[in-house]
Design a protein around this ligand. Structure first.
Ligand code: ACM
Ligand code: ZN
Length: 541
């Protein structure tokens, strides 16, 4: 009878846990017959300091996900003991790793980054549900390394602010998918979201709006609810550390010269016309704002004419002072300055802007925009930073070392790569995750249909590039603009399962991409979403 029960148990466990459903698909994986039988008395051994942090992370994750607490040891294991062994091996590629599971040992090898990704793969060998029965880890060997060096996800906290706790969760989603950049869009027309000590009005005034339009633009009036929020520098430091512990670099974005209404509401002299009140259409403005005769934080979506004045040196002094504070918070190499959607109407009628154009022989306002970006680039380069901008920074001439984020399709990215500039692909179609993923979506989204299949089929290297030019494409990124995402659940709903598809586009070898196989693994991924306590879009299955 006992043998029969054991037999049943094995069959049951086999069917539950034998599948190796890892997303993103590893470069090489060979599965053998057999199992490592996991139990909570197994110790995690490590040797090097970096490996100690990975061991702690693995232990924490097992505790969070499965409620098991493993001991961590820095010692020689007893040869007869069943163990998890983590060893740093600097001979591996920067993000590469090897994960070997035998009946007696789970061994993780790689650089610190690689070990972190080895842990992500190992966690996916555990059941996708929180279970209390014996856990069987299939014996196998994985040798893995990412296809692209830049694997990014963006979040707009300007339109809707998200608390520190959610930003950490978001970073965990990035880490879980073996992605490595978080592009944090921190300033917008509708809110300035980061404390700058030299300019307290940015958060005192710029982080609050008097109301928000109701429903899809142009909306059905204004909700008249004061809305705001910002991150203190202490909170930013905490988040940067949290990301760095997960091998994620945060790229801060300070939008310029456009999308600057919140900064201008805080310091009107940054505008070409400080005395001109902000215009918000009658059917969109809040009751509170109707009383104002000055500058306002925007309450509706879109693109606004009141932008940073390119003619006044004081504008550049302000932005440089902001950068000075930010570079103490964000140690990464990249700094995003926006550069998109900057109307030129005010510059055309501003005496200071026109004077600037004359003095610098700039033939039109596009060249003035280019002057603006190049001046920021020079400053950032002096501080050891590399400028990233949306593809509009191509207009009027690209700043010498700028990296282009191609969002209006791939044309900007193609042009930049041909000019030997590095490029990050983030075309609206298909990696804008504010677009709908189902034909029958009943919540409000921004136009465009980017279903899972389209995201999975996305190829970041455009056909138009030669092999040499293709090397300038660092990778790709999904963008999450939050006009119609007011809460965490909606953001998660828009993110999943598309983020899982994108992670495979960015990580797995091109020849390994296989929709049918992905679809099969996705069934398991759908069980992991609840395990991660995230919301997700369900219609796909
Ligand atoms: C953008 O979506 N305006 C970069
Ligand atoms: Zn001006």
């Amino acid at each position: 009878m006992r043998a029969f029960t054991l037999f049943l148990f094995c069959i049951f466990s086999f069917s539950l846990y034998a599948q190796v459903h890892i997303i993103p698909q590893p470069s090489n994986i060979s599965i053998q017959d057999g199992y490592f039988i996991f139990n909570p008395k197994i110790n995690i051994y490590y040797k090097e300091k970096n490996a100690s942090e990975i061991a702690q992370y693995l232990s924490d994750q097992l505790k969070n996900l499965y409620g098991v607490q493993l001991n961590i040891k820095n010692a020689e294991p007893d040869p007869s003991e069943k163990i998890i062994l983590i060893s740093e091996d600097l001979s591996f590629p920067k993000e590469g790793y090897e994960l070997t599971v035998t009946a007696t040992t789970i061994q993780l090898k790689g650089t610190a980054n690689g070990l972190f990704y080895a842990v992500q793969s190992l966690l996916q060998l555990f059941p996708a549900e929180r279970i209390t029965t014996t856990i069987l880890i299939p014996t196998l060997q994985i040798v893995d390394n990412p296809r692209f060096q830049y694997r990014g996800l963006h979040l707009d906290v300007g339109r809707h602010f998200m608390p520190v706790s959610f930003i950490k969760k978001y970073i965990d989603y990035i880490a879980f998918h073996k992605m490595n950049y978080f592009h944090w869009h921190l300033t917008e027309d509708q809110g300035w979201r980061i404390e700058i000590k030299k300019y307290p009005n940015l958060t005192k005034i710029g982080s609050m709006r008097n109301g928000t339009i109701i429903g899809r633009y142009p909306g059905k009036g204004n909700d008249n609810i004061k809305y705001g929020g910002f991150y203190t520098q202490e909170q930013v430091k905490e988040i940067v550390k949290y990301a760095s512990d997960r091998f994620i670099t945060i790229i801060p974005e300070i939008e310029l010269p456009g999308h600057s209404s919140a900064a201008i509401a805080s310091y009107p002299s940054l505008s070409c016309f400080p005395d001109e009140p902000t215009k918000i259409l009658e059917n969109m403005i809040s009751e509170e704002s109707k009383k104002s005769k000055g500058k306002l934080v925007q309450e509706t979506w879109g693109v606004f004419d009141d932008v940073f004045c390119a003619g006044k040196d004081a504008t550049f002094d302000f932005l440089q002072n902001v950068i000075d504070e930010l570079i103490l918070l964000f140690p990464g190499k990249y700094f995003h300055v926006g550069g998109d959607e900057c109307p030129k109407a005010n510059w055309k009628r501003c005496p200071n802007c026109q004077q600037r154009m004359k003095e610098n022989n700039l033939k039109d306002e596009h060249e003035l925009q280019s002057y603006f970006i190049q001046r920021m680039e020079k400053y950032l380069n002096q501080k050891g930073k590399t400028l990233i901008g949306w593809d509009e920074i191509l207009e009027g001439g690209l700043a010498p070392k700028a990296i282009v984020m191609s969002w209006r399709g791939e044309a900007g990215g193609i042009a930049a790569a041909k000019e030997k500039h590095e490029v990050i692909m983030t075309p609206g179609n298909p990696v804008y995750f504010d677009h709908t993923q189902t034909r029958t979506e009943d919540s409000v989204t921004i136009g465009g249909y980017n279903p899972l299949t389209k995201v999975y089929a996305y190829e970041p290297i455009p056909k138009e590039l030669t092999e040499e030019e293709a090397k300038y494409v660092l990778g790709a990124q999904a963008n999450v603009w939050t006009e119609y995402m007011k809460n965490e659940q909606k953001i998660e709903y828009m993110l999943f399962p598309r983020l899982s598809a994108l992670s495979e586009v960015l990580w797995s070898p091109k020849e390994k991409r296989n929709w049918n196989d992905f679809e099969n693994r996705l069934k398991t991924q759908y069980k992991r979403y609840p395990l991660l306590q995230t919301n997700y879009s369900k219609p796909y299955f």
